[in-house]
Design a protein around this ligand. Structure first.
Ligand code: UT7
Length: 340
């Protein structure tokens, strides 16, 4: 018999439940394969495949911005839910690669999809941003402040990639994913959430330039400060530990057992990280959703795209407990369990 979730903070008195009523995603057409990369830097399909599980990634066009990808994903989620853009109360865009420092990329999305009455802002939590944004959106629906919240994870990491650094340039891709949040009485919706950060590790995954600390100047432009800097091994270690802890925490908070989870959708950065988290959690391989082979690490978009693919392909079904878990620069990490 299906186990019922414990009454978690998400069901506190006076609050209402929050469901994901539509999903959408978008990935640019252009594919960059491992063989293509082996002609750009000293690497090989064999190295990339065995160390990361990535086979290819999508690359946005020069004139295709984060907000363009985000808008396309959002429109698909709206279409699936049969909700008009004008009905949106709030648009949240989780991104580490905004179109501009300001205004928020969410404002550009608003303009592109015609969501006239929505309030808009961005969420900065790197690769973990989508679930941070889901948690924020959930609060507004649960508290009856808003009826429809569009949550988007979108990144154009290839715009901040150092294409001469083989340690990082083989890992990233571009894309966007979106989830439309609203109250629906026929499901528990979001039943458990967890978010965490540790600024002590802010220097193992970061982009040093472009902010107020180190503006990009004519003098330092050649130093690649405007690109991703990462201590891969250290990030790997922290990612496995943090994602495992976050997943366990949400399962425990929901009053569920690992066996109750029908599908786990982890951040798609590296197949070895995904497998390590799945194994240590004790979840069978077939319940773990993977698309890192086709997109690489798309940062805040990764789990959002995976969620849309799992939804549209029928991999997750009404009533399933779906666990998402993410990890990124900051460090930041989070997990959410949704009853689909
Ligand atoms: O979104 C969240 C953030 N990102 C992540 O979660 C990424 C986390 N880290 C990782 O996924 C892995 O650490 C990497 C895939 C980045 C690297 O894998 P690794 O098994 O930790 O490799 P490594 O850094 O220990 O490098 C092993 C060797 C090195 O050579 P030496 O020093 O042992 O001779 C690297 O220079 O592999 C070399 N190497 C490469 N060789 C061929 C590094 N990148 C490449 C490459 N092609 N692209």
């Amino acid at each position: 018999m299906k186990r019922q979730p414990r009454s978690s903070p998400c069901f506190a008195k006076g609050l209402r439940t929050t469901s994901i009523i539509g999903t959408g995603s978008y990935a640019p057409e252009k594919r960059l394969t491992n063989d293509d990369l082996s002609r750009m830097v000293d690497t090989s399909d064999e190295w990339i495949t065995t160390r990361t599980g990535i086979k290819e990634r999508r690359i946005a066009a020069k004139d295709e911005q984060t907000s363009d990808m985000a808008a396309k994903a959002a429109l698909r989620a709206l279409e699936q839910a049969n909700v008009k853009p004008e009905a949106l109360d709030l648009i949240l865009v989780a991104t580490a690669t905004p179109d501009m420092v300001f205004p928020a990329t969410a404002c550009f999305v608003q303009k592109k999809i015609g969501a006239k009455k929505a309030a808009c802002f961005d969420v900065s939590a790197a690769c973990a941003g989508f679930l941070f944004a889901v948690e924020i959106g959930q609060q507004f629906i649960s508290s009856r402040t808003y009826e429809y919240v569009m949550v988007i994870g979108a990144d154009k990491l290839t715009a901040i990639t150092n294409w001469t650094d083989r340690n990082t340039c083989v890992l990233f891709g571009d894309g966007a994913g979106a989830a439309l949040l609203a109250h629906r009485g026929d499901a528990h919706g979001v039943i458990s959430t967890y978010m965490a950060s540790d600024g002590k590790f802010s220097d193992i995954l970061f982009m040093p330039g472009g902010g107020t600390k180190t503006p990009i100047t004519r003098e330092n432009a050649h130093m690649n400060l405007h690109t991703i800097h990462m201590s891969g091994k250290e990030v790997y270690k922290q990612a496995v530990t943090a994602m495992l802890a976050a997943a366990k925490k949400t399962i425990e908070r929901a009053g569920l057992a690992v066996e109750d989870i029908a599908c786990i959708i982890p951040h798609q950065a590296n197949l070895r990280i995904i497998e390590a988290v799945g194994e240590r959690l004790g979840i069978p391989r077939e319940k773990v959703f993977v698309n890192v082979d086709r997109y690489g690490n798309t940062s805040a978009a990764a789990v959002a795209i995976a969620l849309d693919e799992a939804n549209r392909s029928g991999r997750i079904k009404k009533g399933d407990y779906v666990l998402m878990v993410v990890f990124g620069g900051g460090l930041t990490w989070a997990s959410t369990i949704v009853e689909w």
